[in-house]
Write a new protein. Structure first.
Length: 355
């Protein structure tokens, strides 16, 4: 190994919030899902991961990962799969061009920071593994496409594959046993629907009791509702959602988003023992959105919850006062509510404003 030089590259990746949810693995080793999913990628300016990847022969012999200043275990199969795949792509480049420095055998040192709650149901694993994979790809000067990187990020955390794109993104479950077609693709860029907004209601920043990985494993093993969801409900929702996005039909988008969230959380309740991700404040947010829609006489706001109590509310800019304004005053005085953590996000250039 040549010199002691430190090579490094940094990147940021945003979170994405699914409107058709991934929940269930058909192959836990390759992280292949039981159904396809669709998400909206939120702003980099607000909820994001910042990651630096470095390598050097001076780093000793071990790879390492520091997340929000705490050392993480990198020996897990999923982090190892990402490192292995990226090293192998770098090794191919090195084999074809002898003038390139031999970075692939060097230990990796990854330093990552999330500027939002980790493991609280706000998609930290999505932004986290998307940033990890892209930082190493940049370090290795790989020319891989976002879809190719999504195949690698998927092995770190399923939802991460969708954070390699902005805008509206589908994760196609794929059919192949090796997972090579289980990748993310763009449904539409953010600029396609520039009036779309998201409000993030941070109900709790605490680490969830049941991680997504183990929650979905228990669901697959015990829930009968789950099978119907994966085989019948989600394929229907996928078709409706992709059509709603293409046609910028907010009523259809909103209805599927809410029914999807409800279907996913019903499946969690049908898991044995049951998993409760929603709490009283989450349910108050659902009722407040219902009231807003009833008053408007149509769907102008749509709630969705990932594996945690925090709500994301989608709406269009013209309805900002009727949705964001009303929600803030309706929920602002509730116990357990942290009004200061309400964030508004524009989805055109995905610039965010915290209020
Ligand atoms: P979330 O709802 O936040 O995605 P998960 O249970 O899916 O929660 O995943 C949380 C886990 O993801 C963390 O415990 C950590 O292992 C991993 N993770 C989160 N952020 C990062 C990051 N920036 N880099 C690497 N791994 C991360
Ligand atoms: C409810 O991607 O966090 O947010 O692949 O085990 O890391 P692992 O799970 P993860 O699950 C996300 C579940 C979800 C729905 C979604 O993002 O589609
Ligand atoms: Co996650």
């Amino acid at each position: 190994m040549a010199d002691q030089k430190v090579y490094q590259a940094s990147t940021t990746a945003p979170v994405n919030i699914a409107v058709v949810k991934y929940w269930g693995k058909r192959d836990p080793k390759l992280n292949l899902p039981t159904n396809s999913s669709v998400s909206v990628t939120l702003s980099q300016a607000d909820l994001r991961t910042h990651t630096t990847a470095a390598c050097s022969s001076s780093f000793g012999s071990e790879d390492s990962l520091l997340l929000n200043s705490s050392p993480q275990d990198v020996t897990g199969a999923r982090t190892q799969a990402c490192f292995r795949e990226l090293r192998s792509l770098r090794a191919q480049l090195e084999a074809s061009d002898a003038s390139l420095p031999k970075l692939s055998p060097l230990p990796l040192r990854i330093v990552s920071e999330n500027n939002f709650p980790t493991a609280a149901g706000l998609a930290s694993s999505a932004a986290g593994f998307a940033a990890l994979v892209r930082a190493i790809a940049n370090l290795y000067e790989l020319s891989s496409s976002p879809t190719e990187l999504s195949r690698i990020a998927r092995q770190g955390s399923g939802s991460a594959c969708r954070s390699l794109f902005g805008g509206y993104v589908a994760w196609q479950m794929g059919e192949k046993a090796d997972g090579s077609d289980s990748v993310a693709v763009e449904v539409a860029p953010a600029s396609h629907w520039p009036t779309m907004r998201a409000l993030i209601l941070v109900v709790s920043a605490e680490k969830k009791g049941v991680s997504s990985t183990s929650g979905m494993q228990i669901t697959v093993a015990t829930s009968e509702l789950f099978q119907r969801r994966a085989e019948v409900v989600v394929p229907r929702h996928m078709l409706k959602m992709e059509k709603a996005i293409k046609e910028k039909d907010f009523e259809a988008f909103g209805k599927v988003t809410m029914m999807e969230s409800n279907s996913f959380h019903a499946t969690c309740l049908d898991t044995f023992p049951p998993i409760f991700y929603l709490n009283d404040v989450s349910r108050a947010a659902i009722r407040a959105v219902e009231d807003i829609n009833t008053k408007a006489g149509k769907v102008i706001a749509a709630y969705t919850f990932d594996a945690g109590p925090n709500a994301v509310i989608y709406y269009e800019e013209e309805n900002t006062e009727a949705v964001a304004g009303v929600l803030k005053s309706a929920l602002g005085n509730l116990d357990g509510w942290q009004g200061r953590d309400i964030k508004e996000q524009a989805s055109d250039n995905l610039d965010a404003r915290a209020v």
